[in-house]
Write a protein that binds this ligand. Structure first.
Ligand code: AMP
Length: 282
């Protein structure tokens, strides 16, 4: 595995690989890698010839007061995990390499799917995500890019951006990896105190309860929302941001519930703001 920090060096390497007829698999991350990230690398390794993982904590997607400065990092452990997963190139640009002027005058905004849900508490988040992913795709070039369903709205934003801008990237969505008690793996789980970690699976449990209600015939979205919200709010250490059920493709409210649905929730546990989602069908 080669670690590359420069944009020009990465382009040169990947252009050479593609010229030789090899396909590129790309896994963008913010580091502090866990088994969720590893599952994306495994999939990329199985489906493409040259696997590249990027580690970049993108300041554009953090608002003032969020956890940018505190975001966990461990490059030695990340390097070991990427190596063990058979990754070919680890791309670790500095902030100066990515944003040499210190400011960015270009912003990519994806309408509609960027609204609501995460944007209700993080209104500028997806502009930052779409901008850095567009930049990373411009750097990496033609590839298959692997994203986790844990960040379901993010995948919708990236897919729409790729489609609208004719970016030569195929977006591949991979299932959420969880601890045995249901908690979705997340770099931010490291913020949880023991008591918070013990109750954090309530997020997944509430989503499962919402799906059970739908499976039992509930088609009123307000009832499903309230059921999930009540379960999360009943936990004193959990502070609910939202519990929603939406159309899985458009992320818009559907009433009565019909077709492919997605149940999504976000809550704060101490310093950690955690998100999760699962699918359902009527
Ligand atoms: P992050 O480092 O949090 O920006 O995540 C990088 C990529 O890993 C994103 O595509 C995430 O959706 C994905 N990811 C994060 N957590 C998980 C998980 N528990 N299971 C599967 N993919 C994940």
């Amino acid at each position: 595995m080669t670690t590359i920090t420069g944009i020009a060096a990465l382009r040169a390497r990947l252009d050479t690989e593609r010229a030789a007829g090899r396909t590129v698999g790309f896994v963008p991350t913010m580091g502090y890698l866990h088994a969720g990230h590893a599952s994306l690398m495994t999939r990329a390794r199985a489906e493409t010839d040259v696997v590249i993982v990027s580690i970049f904590v993108n300041p554009l997607q953090f608002a003032a007061g969020e956890d940018l400065a505190a975001y966990p990092h461990d490059l030695a452990a990340d390097t070991a995990m990427a190596q063990a997963e058979g990754v070919d190139v680890l791309f670790v640009p500095t902030e100066a390499e990515m944003y040499p002027d210190g400011v960015v005058h270009t912003s990519v905004r994806v309408m509609q799917v960027s609204a609501g849900l995460e944007a209700s508490t993080r209104p500028t988040h997806f502009d930052g995500v779409a901008t850095v992913v567009a930049k990373l795709f411009a750097i990496v070039g033609t590839c298959r890019a692997y994203f986790g369903e844990k960040d379901f709205q993010q995948i919708a934003v990236v897919r729409r951006m790729v489609r609208d801008l004719s970016v030569p990237v195929e977006v591949v969505a991979c299932p959420t990896q969880r601890d045995p008690d249901g908690l979705a793996l997340s770099s931010r789980n490291s913020y949880l105190l023991d008591a918070e970690r013990a109750v954090a699976p309530v997020l997944h449990a509430a989503l499962l309860a919402g799906r059970m209600a739908i499976d039992a015939g509930e088609v009123n979205p307000a009832k499903v929302r309230a059921l999930m919200a009540d379960l999360i709010s009943a936990e004193p250490l959990a502070h609910l941001d939202y519990a929603e059920v939406v159309d899985a493709a458009t992320l818009q409210t559907v009433d009565p519930l019909a077709g492919e649905l997605r149940l999504l929730a976000a809550a704060r546990f101490g310093r950690a703001r955690l998100i999760d989602n699962i699918g359902a069908e009527v």
